[in-house]
Design a protein around this ligand. Sequence first.
Ligand code: SF4
Length: 337
Amino acid sequence: MLIVFDITNRCNLKCTYCYHNLLSNKNILEFDEISVKSILNIIKNIIKDTNEPINITFTGGEPFLRADDLLCTLDKLKLYKDRISYISIITNGTLLTYSLSQALFKIWPSLYLDISLDGPEKIHNYQRQSKNGNYSSVLLGIESARKAGLNVSLSSVITKLHLQYTALEYYNFMQSFDLPWYAGKITSEIDSSIYNISDSEFTDFAIELINEWAMDPTDKSVAWIDGILEIITTRQQKVKDNKCADITTVFAGDKGYAWPCSRLVPLKKYVLGSIADGIPFILNSPIRKEISDLFYDDNTCAHESLIRKGIITPLPEFALERERLFAHLAQHVSIHK
Ligand code: SF4
């Protein structure tokens, strides 16, 4: 079972595509940050309610804005280390010093850090905005985490800006870090005004990138693009039963409210309940059943299915290209089955 904790909405960056910008929307719940005590209670309750191994991800906002709380939580989780299969933290990497990395390694040596790096400096600094650019801080963060012995992977958000490079150039740049790499959330909304690139050209780039990945004999890189490649990722990592909206995944936001899929956080309508109430309560939620039925009846990934059902909406002008991209991805899914 995977439990994802959004431990803060605060962040030291202002990425152009960040969904935390949605927080002014009236349909969205606003919370205080979840306390260490609540996190531990939730995990304790889940462990009591299930015999399955537990996987935990901490994300945000930027989770290392609560570095002390994270260290404290990890330390206390040692009590349950026989029941926890892995713990990961999704971070922008800018606050990751060597001493923090060492402290993390000391407490939880198998900790897995997923660090956001969108590409070469120009692209990264444009998309992941901060006052003086943060590309070099991220590189330092990556280096610190590696040097301390932590497991590190990279995640990129790919947009039309990336078409300053060929797919191969970009792929080679990311591969030069020699780390597992997740290329995700291809969107078309950023800066088509600066770069006059059509949705069709953008989809071609995405398809070339997927082809590069699919041909990679090293199997070191793992691409995850807008949901459906998650199926491939899952296969490659030999991790089963780890899909959104599956009964084995719960996304927990602040105060322990749970959702069946990350894309639904934090829409009021799809709250399953509080996971402090226990897993049986969540699993029996009628919302979970309703959403699970929607997700898998057309045999696509959860996110794609949400779009098809109109629960979340892609940008209209990108819808057709999105179909083309997903058709291509689907081929790879069947090739790799
Ligand atoms: S680093 Fe993550 S949480 Fe922070 S602004 Fe960027 S996308 Fe949002």
